[in-house]
Design a protein around this ligand. Sequence first.
Ligand SMILES: Cc1cc2nc3c(=O)[nH]c(=O)nc-3n(C[C@H](O)[C@H](O)[C@H](O)COP(=O)(O)OP(=O)(O)OC[C@H]3O[C@@H](n4cnc5c(N)ncnc54)[C@H](O)[C@@H]3O)c2cc1C
Length: 536
Amino acid sequence: MLRLTEVKLPLDHPQEAIEMAILKKLQITAADLIGYKIFKRSYDARKKGEITLVYILDVETTKEKQLCDRFKKDPHISITPDMSYRLVAKAPSHYTTRPIVIGTGPCGMFAGLLLAQMGFRPILLERGKAVRDRTVDTFAFWKNKENLNPESNAQFGEGGAGTFSDGKLYSQVKDPQHYGRKVLTELVNAGASPEILYINKPHIGTFKLVGIVQSIRATIESLGGEIRFQSRVEDIDIENGQVRGVKLASGEYIASNHIVLAVGHSSRDTFRMLFERGVYIEAKPFSIGFRVEHPQPIIDVARFGEKAGHKLLGAADYKLVHHCQNGRSVYSFCMCPGGLVVAAASEPGRLVTNGMSQYSRNERNANSAIVVGITPDDYPGHPLAGIDFQRRLEERAFELGGSNYYAPGQLIGDFLANRSSTALGTVHPSYAPGVHLSDLSQSLPDYAIAAIREALPAFDQKIKGFAMNDAILTGVETRTSSPIRIKRQENYQSLNTQGLYPAGEGAGYAGGILSAGIDGIKVAEAVALNILQPNN
Ligand SMILES: Cc1cc2nc3c(=O)[nH]c(=O)nc-3n(C[C@H](O)[C@H](O)[C@H](O)COP(=O)(O)OP(=O)(O)OC[C@H]3O[C@@H](n4cnc5c(N)ncnc54)[C@H](O)[C@@H]3O)c2cc1C
């Protein structure tokens, strides 16, 4: 197969145009073309009047050898690389000790799946409930019918933090081994649309994710793995620097010398327990800010002009960054086109926002987090000081919202003019249970408020209408990434605790669904190789 990159065609091109472009580029006739597959489709919308689709194509021809020679200097024609995934190990039939995976977010789920595929029959422990029961609890909380359940919510339960999300599946991590392809392929095997394999910036949408998570669980179980819900790991047994097992909240003890720690960024009690047990942890930077909501058509028109609403473009997204005079950077994060702002709290009396979308992305508002980067210099001292810092902000947001899980909200016009909001304008906030209009300048440190006030008008220069009076801010976003890093060595084990494999977002090694899945695969490989060759 030959891979052709940078094949550009107009947005509304007919299907045959792809074949024509291949023939022209390779200077061959239709008789020489056996077939082709779209490896990737993206768009270039830099010129709004002239949006183009950009393809990477894998082409099968009768003249592969000659074409390779003829185009050997063309950077856009090469042999298609082999991106298939091969298991690195196979558990011997006599092998009985079972690795443990703590957490069933994307990292734990993929670590568990890979260990199961290699025959290691892992035990996955999840503090929350199975995804259907978890959905009932979380939606009841959002509809104000039930109180927050600290063990079953947007953060905790089968599928992890990304289950009620837009399901965006892209990442900026370097991936020379093509693990991302393995993650996407397994998601397709579990029921995701095959288009996630070829469209640029694919997403799954929250309802589809629920079924996919169940299907991956079924695969793990069919391979001899075990998944236990409502099984919170409360303590970890470490003997002379080697992990020996875990104790569950129920009191049960499970022995294992190989434990993957994939607990996400919100398992604050677990972080404290690990710290008290002497596992090496350090503070790391993260970001704080608000969710912003605009009418989606404003974003679509700003990005796509008269092509707004085109079916191949879908609801538009954006990515914005502004470097402020006070030295801070403000950027948009986790943008959810046509989505909803959601209550992502996991601790009573504390409030956090986040965003999600359905596959269709057809809700009226676009939302994203507008956040300011902060570093341990902003919360000096203890390795866990970032968690205390997050908690203070989340408590303040809870109070400002009226102490009933309503989010404090403010119109952008009022925020910029430094006055409380008293009435909504044309933009209706989507956050449920509800929004309590307030003065958000009281919810974050002054440097963050100053930075966001400077950034919003700057963003308006890039997306006309971004700083519109009626756009609504809700607060607070505090869990953009983990406030700690549980450092590991090259062999993926904790810096000072043998057999403990800190992984995924909570340990500071991933920042989204795809990168967490990739990290899960890497760690599963490390566990398998270490079991088979303990001295490596
Ligand atoms: C509302 C929302 C929307 C998001 N949208 C996107 C998106 O569109 N795209 C994207 O890439 N990212 C998104 N993210 C971020 C993404 O979900 C995370 O980066 C990802 O889930 C991290 O994966 P993880 O497996 O490392 O941790 P998590 O997904 O957080 O999973 C950790 C799991 O461990 C369990 N656990 C914790 N402690 C224990 C314990 N002591 N014992 C047993 N189990 C435990 C938890 O219950 C949880 O299920 C979103 C996050 C949220 C909250």
